[in-house]
Design a protein around this ligand. Structure first.
Ligand SMILES: [Mg+2]
Length: 194
């Protein structure tokens, strides 16, 4: 069964939160830890306007994208998924202007993938439908809710900013959990096939 899986990038494969927090701490003169980021809205957390946030990202985002490390085990388990015959589509809200630098980061970090889609938007449902992605791995709880409501089964990857948010779907804390959960979903859908 060649299931197509969508995988978010930032916060799911690329561990950008520590660098993002450092950058905002410096800019705002605060000392928040990653654990303190309890919602996705960083402007709300830091008390800055969206205009200031985007202006700051205009000068710092490229550096964050280039320097951020991998989420532990992400590369290994994406490799396992592809070895198992899944197509893995990386679907990210990053701006398409970051395509080259993103491709370089994925190559340098040895992350394999079937397709890379930079949407400049958190609305991922249309892309999932167009690609035939039936399952998504995502750390943004708002995206996850939208995807599930649109019929794309979503595994929420636990992060400080989604820990306290209500979510009735699947939730995983590690890539090992994600892999195990995917096996269970696959086996139960095969078992349900007449
Ligand atoms: Mg993300």
């Amino acid at each position: 069964m060649h299931l197509k899986i969508g995988v978010d990038l930032d916060g799911t494969v690329a561990d950008n939160l520590p660098l993002l927090t450092d950058t905002l701490n410096t800019y705002c003169g605060k000392k928040l830890r990653c654990e303190d980021i309890n919602q996705y809205d960083l402007c709300g957390i830091y008390g800055i306007s969206e205009a200031d946030f985007f202006s700051l990202m205009g000068t710092k985002e490229e550096e964050i994208i280039s320097r951020c490390p991998l989420i532990p085990q992400a590369r290994e388990y994406v490799e396992f998924l592809m070895r198992d015959g899944y197509q893995v589509h990386i679907i990210t809200a990053r701006h398409p202007g970051y395509k080259q630098i993103t491709e370089r980061w994925l190559k340098d970090n040895g992350v394999p993938y079937s397709g890379l889609h930079l949407l400049n938007s958190h609305h991922k449902l249309d892309t999932c439908r167009k690609l035939g992605v039936s399952l998504m791995i995502e750390d943004n709880v708002h995206n996850a809710i939208q995807l599930e409501q649109g019929g794309v089964k979503t595994i929420l990857f636990t992060a400080p900013h989604n820990r306290l948010w209500p979510w009735n779907g699947l939730r995983c804390r590690t890539w090992q959990d994600i892999y195990r959960t995917l096996q269970e979903i696959l086996h139960s859908s095969l078992a349900a096939t007449p």
